[in-house]
Design a binder for this molecule. Structure first.
Ligand SMILES: NC(=O)c1ccc[n+]([C@@H]2O[C@H](COP(=O)([O-])OP(=O)(O)OC[C@H]3O[C@@H](n4cnc5c(N)ncnc54)[C@H](OP(=O)(O)O)[C@@H]3O)[C@@H](O)[C@H]2O)c1
Length: 251
């Protein structure tokens, strides 16, 4: 299957974790993939691995919270591969603390990277999609933005903002054939989860709590993202799809 043959896709944070699985899945489906992240060594290695597997991929270094760098990244992507068909805003960051111990700079980091780091690439890509006739945008939010969870209020609020942004963008951009949806992952085994839940026992406890009995793997999220970016979901916009082993349906 080559569902994305001849399409150009940008995956932010595509150098590791969930983003890398998404980038891999798009490359396997025939897309030309731009991996947009910060760390040069990791990003180049990820793009090289995709090319070694027969895919088309480039890494572009960017701090997604800097408008000038984001606009440069999108321009470079178009010059290299052509018009952007899909954007996946996957890059994000997580820090945990008790609510009363979350200082302003933590709140600022959660909003700058998770929210502004989603808004800036979206603005830069939407401007080009208005000219090219449309496209699909998928934000990676979180279960933390859907249900109440203790220990990371700033992260939850930022991911809740990403879900609200999904609906706002979807309504405003629908007349231009730009669809905007979100995926809300539960706990997925990546560097982020290893930092948040450092012990195997802690992660086992989390897995036991999930109706489907396990923690997610990055590939579990990639499937949902590709569905929302593909023509299979062409009558779907403004939705936030939970992919979390059933955790968000527990009372
Ligand atoms: N893992 C989970 O359990 C889980 C659950 C729910 C939601 N999520 C969400 O899923 C997404 C991916 O999570 P993950 O676990 O795969 O994270 P991860 O392993 O920590 O990877 C984060 C990615 O984001 C990039 N990034 C962060 N800040 C950036 C910036 N300012 N500019 C450019 N790139 C930046 C990183 O690039 P560098 O390596 O270059 O820094 C890296 O590629 C995030 O939005 C996260 O909030 C994760």
């Amino acid at each position: 299957m080559e569902r994305f043959k001849d399409q150009v896709v940008i995956v932010t944070g595509g150098s590791r974790g969930i983003g890398l699985a998404i980038a891999n899945a798009f490359a396997r489906e025939g897309a030309a993939v731009v991996i947009a992240a910060q760390n040069e060594e990791r990003g180049q290695a990820a793009a090289r691995a995709l090319r070694d597997g027969g895919g088309r991929a480039e890494f572009i270094a960017v701090d997604l919270t800097r408008r000038d760098q984001v606009e440069g990244m999108v321009q470079q992507a178009i010059e290299h591969f052509g018009p952007i068909g899909a954007l996946v805003n996957n890059a994000g960051t997580h820090e945990k603390a008790a609510f009363c111990d979350e200082p302003e700079d933590l709140w600022e980091r959660m909003y700058r990277i998770n929210v502004l780091g989603t808004v800036l690439p979206s603005q830069a890509v939407v401007r080009t999609m208005l000219d090219s006739g449309g496209g699909a945008i998928v934000h990676v939010a979180s279960k933390a933005g859907v249900v109440g969870e203790p220990g990371h209020a700033a992260y939850s609020a930022a991911k809740g903002a990403v879900i609200a942004l999904t609906r706002a963008m979807a309504v405003e951009l629908a007349p231009y054939h730009i669809r905007v949806n979100a995926v809300c992952p539960g706990p997925v085994f990546t560097d982020m989860l290893r930092a948040a839940v450092p012990t195997a026992a802690g992660r086992d406890e989390l897995a036991a709590f999930a109706p489907l009995g396990r923690i997610g793997q990055p590939e579990d999220i990639a499937g949902a993202v590709l569905f929302l970016a593909s023509s299979e979901s062409e009558w779907c916009t403004g939705q936030a799809l939970s992919v979390d082993g059933g955790l968000s349906i527990l009372k």
